[in-house]
Design a binder for this molecule. Structure first.
Ligand code: ZN
Ligand code: ZN
Length: 325
């Protein structure tokens, strides 16, 4: 297995890792990159350096539907005949692109995000900027991947919802291709997308971390360098969410607030909310919301709609010093 670092121009992450895997009857890639000139040249050059031709790629496995992982397939699919695999839950998002975006922005507005702010988000959101590439990519004849399924190229699928609803980690022997489920330096963004009864993305994510624990595998993330000790990294990420849940609960002790208002008070690693760029603010609100929703599932907080906006408050005073065990 070899790694190609595909550039992500204009994204703080800098690059996405595309992994080249040898199969019985060809080559496979795990994630491909962002549909930009730099991305296309980076992937093609990387393949050439590894002695592979695009037409040798017979399978592409995608960890999740985000633009930086999937949209470069709009180019690659023009120059190779491959099979395309993705977690089955991701496919439901692609079939209703407009509805998905509308629902997403309506939901953020319901949680206190100002209209003008959301208009700014729409200008920079990858799902809007890479709309054409997304539309092309969703036309591909995707093969849905199910949890635990054995796949070609010796891969096994582990469904890891959280970062996205259908995120899938691919395991091959002592290697786990972790996508954005487990990253070495940053904690993967766990946001909240649509209002579905019983949808608790952070709860899903915490369970999905447990699914990858104990594999004894080396982690190959979509961004950054390999992770030697996956279990240790999982512990660090768990601790981060424990602290953030406690902080969000603590903020609510100062009175009822919308998710947007809570997000402004959280101590973000990259700086105060008001100093963040518009897209990081959007991430911050989504991250806050996923924590509030999880606190509701834990019976600690409660969100009630008041005049079209959801206001959050702690359920009981005794939960002031809440901590997830
Ligand atoms: Zn992602
Ligand atoms: Zn990513």
């Amino acid at each position: 297995m070899r790694r190609i670092r595909v550039p992500l121009p204009g994204m703080e992450l800098g690059h996405v890792n595309s992994y080249l895997v040898e199969c019985e009857d060809g080559l496979a890639l795990i994630d491909v990159g962002l549909a930009t000139y730099d991305g296309a040249v980076g992937l093609l050059r990387g393949l050439r350096e590894l002695g592979a031709r695009p037409q040798d790629i017979t399978r592409v496995f995608v960890t999740h539907y985000h633009a930086d992982h999937i949209t470069l397939l709009s180019l690659l699919s023009q120059i190779t005949e491959a099979e395309y695999y993705i977690g089955e839950r991701e496919l439901s998002i692609g079939s209703n692109f407009d509805g998905f975006l509308r629902g997403l922005f309506e939901e953020f507005e319901r949680h206190g995000a100002p209209k003008a702010f959301l208009e700014e988000v729409k200008k920079v959101a990858p799902m809007v900027r890479f709309r054409k590439a997304f539309e092309d990519v969703w036309q591909l004849p995707w093969i849905p991947v199910r949890d635990g399924e054995s796949l070609p190229c010796g891969l096994r699928a582990v469904w890891t919802p959280g970062h996205t609803p259908g995120h899938t980690v691919y395991v091959r022997g002592a290697a786990a291709f972790t996508g954005d489920h487990i990253l070495p330096k940053i904690t993967p963004n766990i946001s909240y997308w649509v209002k579905i009864e019983g949808y608790d993305p952070l709860g899903d994510y915490l369970k999905s971390l447990a699914k990858v624990r104990g594999l004894g595998a080396m982690g190959y993330p979509a961004h950054g360098d390999p992770i030697q000790d996956l279990d240790k990294r999982i512990d660090e990420i768990l601790e981060h969410h424990r602290e953030r849940l406690a902080e969000v609960a603590e903020i609510l002790t100062r009175g009822p607030k919308t998710a947007f208002e809570v997000a402004r008070e959280v101590s973000w690693d990259i700086g105060q909310f008001d100093s963040l760029d518009v897209y990081n603010k959007f991430f911050a609100v989504g991250e806050t919301l996923s924590h509030l929703v999880h606190l509701e599932f834990e019976g600690v907080a409660e969100g009630r709609e008041e005049g079209g906006v959801v206001v959050w408050r702690l359920v009981e005073e005794k939960l002031k010093n809440y901590r997830l065990t």
